[in-house]
Design a protein around this ligand. Structure first.
Ligand code: ADP
Ligand code: MG
Length: 262
């Protein structure tokens, strides 16, 4: 059942991930907890190697934590059988990768229809749904093209359509604009915002792009496997402004405003 607006779609509780490379253990995540509600648009930022992809992979059920929980719509996906997890991934989670990961031998339409064909819900007709989504993203005249016949921005739009094929409540994207020029980046970001608005989809995007991070509801900063901050960037920007004003007043650079007492 789809969560209602404001309902918690994702809850991560003290997730840790240790990765062993030879003799060395990397603590990729050192206890991450967060909750995300229906319809939120969240950016995960942080330096390279801070654990962003590891966290997104755990949320998407592509990997399991060393300890901790990942709850999607109230179900702890770290304890599911492979079969049950596959079903949740198919129905509740859309995943978009930096490298698009489309199947090269299939057309755009076939790529997008694939998750619908694997779905057990029979909610949509695969080809019809694929055509609708591709048309929505301005790809209606490219449905029979194969990935190699499409530009990067077009391939990413196909990948987003594929991620949305079964209308999942949660869309995850790991640097989806990392391989795109600024024009394609705008097209892809507009598509993600439209989806969030129209279907109340929760979108979580890993990005290096500060302009993207400044435009979302919430920015989670990871540093060294920890959440260093978690805030609404617009509120943070306001707080920064207040801080600057206070400093200017303290140094006398900005006179205090005299309130007229009458
Ligand atoms: P980010 O996406 O923020 O750049 P990652 O989540 O990819 O960071 O990586 C976090 C840490 O885990 C890094 O130190 C990285 O080197 C390490 N790491 C990532 N994947 C693996 C892996 N498959 N095996 C071993 N170490 C890994
Ligand atoms: Mg990464």
């Amino acid at each position: 059942m789809a969560a209602k607006n404001g309902a918690v779609v994702l809850h991560v509780e003290d997730a840790r991930k240790d990765l062993k490379v030879g003799e060395v253990t990397v603590n990729a995540l050192r206890g991450v907890s967060l909750s995300v509600t229906r319809g939120e648009f969240v950016a995960i930022v942080g330096p390279s190697g801070s654990g962003k992809s590891t966290l997104l992979g755990l949320i998407g059920g592509l990997d399991t934590p060393t300890s901790g929980q990942v709850m999607i719509d109230g179900v702890d996906i770290t304890r599911l059988s492979e079969r049950a997890l596959t079903r949740i991934r198919n129905e509740k989670i859309g995943f978009v990768f930096q490298q698009f990961n489309l199947i090269p031998t299939l057309s755009a339409l076939e790529n997008v229809a694939l998750p619908v064909q694997f779905s057990r819900s029979n909610q949509f007709d695969g080809a019809k749904r694929a055509k609708e989504l591709l048309t929505r993203f301005g790809m209606g005249d490219r449905i029979h093209h194969r990935p190699a016949q499409l530009s990067g921005g077009q391939q990413q739009r196909v990948a987003i359509a594929r991620a949305l094929a079964n209308n999942p409540p949660l869309l995850l994207a790991d640097e989806p604009t990392g391989n795109l020029d600024s024009e394609s980046t705008d097209v892809v970001m507009t598509a993600l915002r439209d989806i969030q608005r129209d279907f109340d989809t929760t979108v979580i995007i890993v990005t290096h792009d500060t302009a993207i991070a400044a435009s979302v509801d919430r920015v989670i900063t990871l540093i060294d496997g920890h959440i260093a901050s978690d805030a609404d960037p617009r509120v943070s920007a306001q707080l920064d402004e207040v801080k600057i004003l206070r400093e200017k007043r303290a140094t006398g650079e900005l006179p205090l405003v005299q309130v007229d007492k009458r």
